[in-house]
Design a protein. Sequence first.
Lengths: 380, 496
Amino acid sequence: MKLIKHNAPGWILLIVLATFAIVPEPFLPSHAVGFREVLRHNGLNRADYDRNERGYYETLLDAGRSFGTLGESIQTADFRKHLGPAKHSEEDGRPILPTDDIREYVLKPNVDETAYGTLWQTNSRGLRDLEYSVEKTAETIRIAVLGDSITAGWGVTRPERFEDLWEVALNRMAADRGKIAEVWNFAVPGHSPAQRWKHFEKTGKDVPFDLVIYEATTSDPGWDARRMAHFMAKGQGLDDPLFSSFMQVSKFTPVPKPYTNGETLNRWQWTILQSVYEGIVNQSHKKNLPVAYVLIPRVGSNLSRPEILALLKRARSAGFDYVADLSTVFNDYDPEELSLSPGDYHPNIRGHRILAEAWEHHLAQWPALLDRINESTKSR
Amino acid sequence: MNIPHNMFGLTRGNAVVESHQGLIEQEIDSDRVAQRPADQHFKPLHKKYLPDEKSHATGFVARCLEFYRHLDQGRPTHAHINHRAFWAAWAYLAALTGLVYVYRIEGRAFQIVLATTLAALPIYEIVPFRLKKPLAGFASLIALAQIFGNTTAACVVGFATVLVGFARISRIQWQTRAAIITSTALILAIVRSTSLGANIPPTFWPVAGTILMFRLMIYMYELKHAKKNETLADAISYFMILPNWCFMHFPVVDYRTLQRGFYSRDIIQTRRRGLQMMFVGVTHLLFYRVVYHELLIRPQDVKGLATLGAYLACNYLLYLRVSGQFHIACGLLHLYGHHMPETHNKYLLAHSFTDYWRRINIYWKDFMVKTVFNPVFFRMRKKPQPLALGVATIAVFVATWALHAWQSFWLRGHWGFSLTDALFWGILGAAVLVNVQLDARKKPGLKSASAGTLSKVRHLAGIAGMLLSITLLWSLWSSAGLGEWLSMMQRGLSGL
């Protein structure tokens, strides 16, 4: 005790700061929550972030996109060099299509071209996937996977990405029971959690599915807040059920300036995320679709372990039928072994293989999936 | 010194005792205490505090103890173990690590460095004194591999070993060694700039650069002037500095200062000072975030005097990140027993350009004084003093400008030469040059004669003027170009 007394002011300040960091959001006034977010913000400020967006992904996709907490790293310049010059002045040279809803953009249908350093082939629905028939036989187990750039296979070809590797493995398992597995990949690079669901809802509305898998990443917190600032400035998504619980709590009224919206929305990022997660679960259950939540890692995680646990806790409380945490599967590897290129968080081919193994292992324990595989064809 | 026996706590063997005033008063050797004559007003110590003469460890244990004692010979009094003080410091470090985690300060590399320190310190505390530096080097190596991967770690350590090993070969003439090392650095710079280095891990360059780009210069300087051979352990402790792996932009630690500071003060005080520095560093980084995310405006948003003032102040305060990182880096060195000088000294309160130069980035100033100013000045000692001072100062600023570009090249991959960069160092150098000449002409008794209200006002005016000058210079340095800076100033001053 005597030794602690020596540094009493240091201990007191440290405890005050630590306590302020961990007090749950509801117990703090909103301006204190906002201030805390500022203190915990280890990324770029808005001006630099916007500049970075333009310099990095936005020049690639040219759709006002950001893929999360990309920091200006010592290797970013090398990465840009690796990708080669972006075709930002050629509208036809990019496999994306702007939309007038909260998705902001989607992949173009029937694309077959090289872009962003790899081959992009999409089907007639604009999914980077095979052309599946809408008709569904009794033997078919149809699964929808919603995700972002990692699930879309940024930087790798379609057969190399983890979702396709899993589909092959799943078919091997299902074949023993006379079943066929179809995994539809609805992932679009840069889509936030709400945009992922909205894309599935719109693109897959006439397709019967058995199961839905929502792919989450450690960048989910804050992602919707950033995108909402833009599309809500245009009056989109205000009455969307995904945001209804957030809108009720916050009484948020957007203005035409994204920057001003962003200032307010960033303070509510966890509340927004909770609202979106609950929306996904509710709407999925309305369609009688069991929905799994799988948290996958980025190469070089951008969240600390307590934050990842907090993210998983929110997923569980939102009511996902199955929650799998794959966020640690890259921990045993050097980032440079798995990264697409230095400073990039997208996994390379090896990273996708590792991810596929972990994905297969965890989802093999999802009761709803096992039921579909094991149930007899007649009972359906 | 007589200390009442109920006012201190003893630990086994050589013990550090702590008075109830909280200051370390004296170390007590239990053997000496036992031999004190009975007529003193000390009671003889209870036998449990005395060495047990009957029990002698035998066999393997005895040999181990003997080996330990042999290794631990020469442990300075400042390195004596005080378990309570150690664990109090460790607990504070653990709490600070928790704070770093919850506020996500400086990312994964910093967290690994802190976790490594937390794991290594208890072992570091008890190992024999002569193994401390190698152990710190080993912990640093583990953290290096954890942070950058085995390939980069192997490349960096291999390359540094070859280069430092070569620098230590005393059979080769110093000039020859210096010439070969300089040539190697230039060849590497060419390799980095071209496609020749395509197969080298990209992280190799900044990591190798951060440990060698300045420290090898200082090490060579010391090898030239050293009167006896420098030990390998000292070299390891100098080049394998653990906090360097999370702060690539690292203070230019002086070799001699690092070695002289090793357990030069009581370890309890040193660690306490280090933890305070780290906490101050963390607060700097948190305040930096407030400035960076909440207060800083873009140069294009400057419209009128108020916004210009806000921009100038906030843009300058971005330096808090550097001072925060340097505080933490230096604080971490203290935890391993290196008592180091401050990295910054209230630089916002500088009242003149020379004062500013002395207060901000003190390690850089010392580096320049040692390697540039003194050699140039003493070479010109037969010339008139103002001339010698002027030439040495100019040499310092030319070297500072060039070496900042050198640093930028190794850490970021480009030299960063620009007109604004040259103007910044040129103007700052000219201002310091004038200041140095004025200071040299001052008569020694003048300061005391002018002490009073007028001098305080003058001092405050000096601080205000210095703040204005340096914020203007800083905004020039960080602007995209001279045209952009002039345009911003025009918009800002249009309200006048």
